[in-house]
Design a binder for this molecule. Sequence first.
Ligand SMILES: [Zn+2]
Length: 315
Amino acid sequence: MRRQLFSLMLVGGWALAGLAARGGQGQDFSKVEIKATKVAGNIYMLQGAGGNIAASIGDDGIVIVDDQFAPLAEKIQASLKSLGITDKPVRFVINTHYHGDHTGGNAPFSSAGSTVIAQDNVRKRLESGGTAGNGGSIHQENKAAEKAALPIITFEHDVTVHLNGEDIRALHFPAGHTDGDSIIFFPKNNVVHMGDDFVRYGFPFIDVTSGGSVQGMIAAMEKATAQLPADVKVIPGHGALSNLDDVREFTKMLKETSAVVENALKAHKTLGQMKQEKILEPWKKWSGDFVNADAFIETLYNSLTGTKGEFVQHN
Ligand SMILES: [Zn+2]
């Protein structure tokens, strides 16, 4: 059941973003319910379809991290209101990266008065459109986003939003899941939103076509694990609330599987041979419906060799 729900969420997540390689198009968002969970203090996690949302809700208003899909914006607003903490609006939306299952609600939220904040490359990629993918079997074309969906405030390295008595910090980590990723830390409440640098659906999707890399993802997670408080509550890009041990296990898998592909490259094995020999068999529990072992071998191969795939960029 859990697995089924999960794959539905993922297929749905990518359907609207366009990554419908396995036929998930046309998801009916009218069936999606938004579930809000208290994480700590005045921080909540909202789950519906697409990426997890973090919300700081208090006397000054609301800040959300990521906003799922446009058709869910009203339900997200209603869910935030139903908590009964404030009638004040969503003043800021912070995007963890540009993918449509995390930024799809930007236009309706900004039209309703929210200010969208993101790293420079999020705005660039939303504005231009282009290809997302692992350089292999996972790929999609993204159309240029409408003006209302573009972040109004962008930053290169980091930005702090001072609201609800907290210094909410967005920190850019280069070249992980994409080239525009941020991790958002709520220090007073001891909660972090990892974006898609940390996910719970198995092998992660790494968008090497949009400047992502496994090396960057490992570096981001090692740095975050070393610097965050040991008992920080971790909101992953997708999946259940987690802790730093979960992040460490994920990072360990990334390092081990990268080393296996690196060794195969040194032995002059082709991508086809690596798949045929099932070199990631010992990590098969991470093989999922969205990114299976073969797709992750492609991801690591392309990431470690610097291959971005053969897809035409539309600018
Ligand atoms: Zn993503």
